[in-house]
Every structure is written in structure tokens, then in C-alpha cells.
Design a protein around this ligand. Structure first.
Ligand SMILES: [Zn+2]
Length: 185
């Protein structure tokens, strides 16, 4: 069983996250205080941490920096959480090599589970180029509203199918979206 530390300031969001992660077979620890989050990280050594930038005492960014200072905790992956999307927060999270950046506004708790599993390397993702004349790939491409050459309208790169394994349904199930590997969307 994987252990997650959920350090989120908002009571409702933190409790919801705890609930859904427990339902998905995680051992979930939770706190709203930065100092307690650091103590829990040291004593419990969770497999992953979700850290809110608005934690009381010590925010998520400072938490990453503090955990990096100690051998025992420096390898623990941290996902930065924020109530809202701010470009400068996302940039700071990437700079600190946070595993991901999720927001309460854009990311549902179920999506958060998926992102945590990707960060843990459990829910792998794949980029697949559809062979344009194989079976009914052509039909699919046109049904999706793309021209048959299946190119990105922004940069002209070949589009690909982006597959994320949906472990909630089983090994052979995937969530598929179309993305441009260059533009990332
Ligand atoms: Zn593109």
C-alpha cells in the first residue's frame, strides 16, 4: 500500500482528498500545517506528498526546500497544490523540480489520483502515432474533426495519441487524448 501525505490548507479539499485516496487503497496522512507536514514526512516517510503553497507556517515551496536538505526525505516526490492557477507558481514548482502542479479549480480529486500515480510511475503514459491507413484510423481521425494528414494546427508537427493507463478499470484500459508532442496540447 502506498503512503501519501496530503498537506492542504483548505479543510474541505483536504478531507475530500483523504477520502478519495483511501478509497483508492492509499494510506493517507493529512495535515494543514507546514511544520507538521515536515515532521510527518520525516517520521512516516510517505511515498509521495501533495503540498499546498498556502500551508500555514511553512508553504509548499519551503517544504520542498526543507525536505531536500535531509538524506532521508530528499528523494520523496512532491506535487505542488494551489487553489488557483498562477503562472509564476507553476514556474516556481517546476524550478524546484516538483513532480507536478495541480490546482483545486482545474483538477478533480479523481484526476489528482491519476496524477499521483503518474508521479509514482504506476500509471504510465505513452505517446502513439496512429498508422494512418491501419484498420479505421483514417475514419477516427476524420471523425475527430482533424484533416487526414493529422497535423498540429499551431506548429505543423504530427499529432499523436496520448494514452494514460486507467488502473481504476484494469491493465488494458487507457484514457486517450490527441496531443501535439511539440506544443504539448
Ligand atoms: Zn504543435
Amino acid at each position: 500500500m502506498k503512503k501519501i501525505l496530503i498537506a492542504i490548507d483548505n479543510d474541505f479539499v483536504r478531507e475530500t482528498y483523504s477520502e478519495v485516496f483511501k478509497e483508492d487503497n492509499f494510506e493517507a496522512l493529512a495535515t494543514k500545517k507546514g511544520k507538521e507536514a515536515i515532521d510527518l514526512a520525516k517520521s512516516e516517510l510517505p511515498d509521495i506528498i501533495i503540498a499546498d503553497i498556502a500551508l500555514s507556517e511553512i508553504g509548499g515551496f519551503k517544504l520542498i526546500e526543507t525536505l531536500r536538505e535531509e538524506d532521508l526525505t530528499k528523494e520523496i516526490p512532491v506535487i505542488i497544490f494551489s487553489q488557483i492557477e498562477k503562472e509564476k507558481d507553476r514556474a516556481r514548482a517546476m524550478e524546484l523540480e516538483a513532480k507536478d502542479f495541480i490546482t483545486a479549480v482545474a483538477v478533480t480529486p479523481i484526476e489528482a489520483i491519476r496524477r499521483v500515480k503518474i508521479a509514482l510511475g504506476e500509471q504510465k503514459s505513452y505517446k502513439i502515432f496512429p498508422t494512418k491507413n491501419l484498420y479505421n484510423a483514417k475514419e477516427l481521425i476524420t471523425d475527430l474533426g482533424y484533416t487526414y494528414d493529422f497535423k498540429c494546427s499551431e506548429c505543423g508537427n504530427d499529432l499523436v495519441f496520448y494514452l494514460i493507463r486507467d488502473l481504476s478499470k484494469g491493465e488494458k484500459y487507457f484514457i486517450v487524448s490527441v496531443i501535439c508532442p511539440e506544443c504539448g496540447r
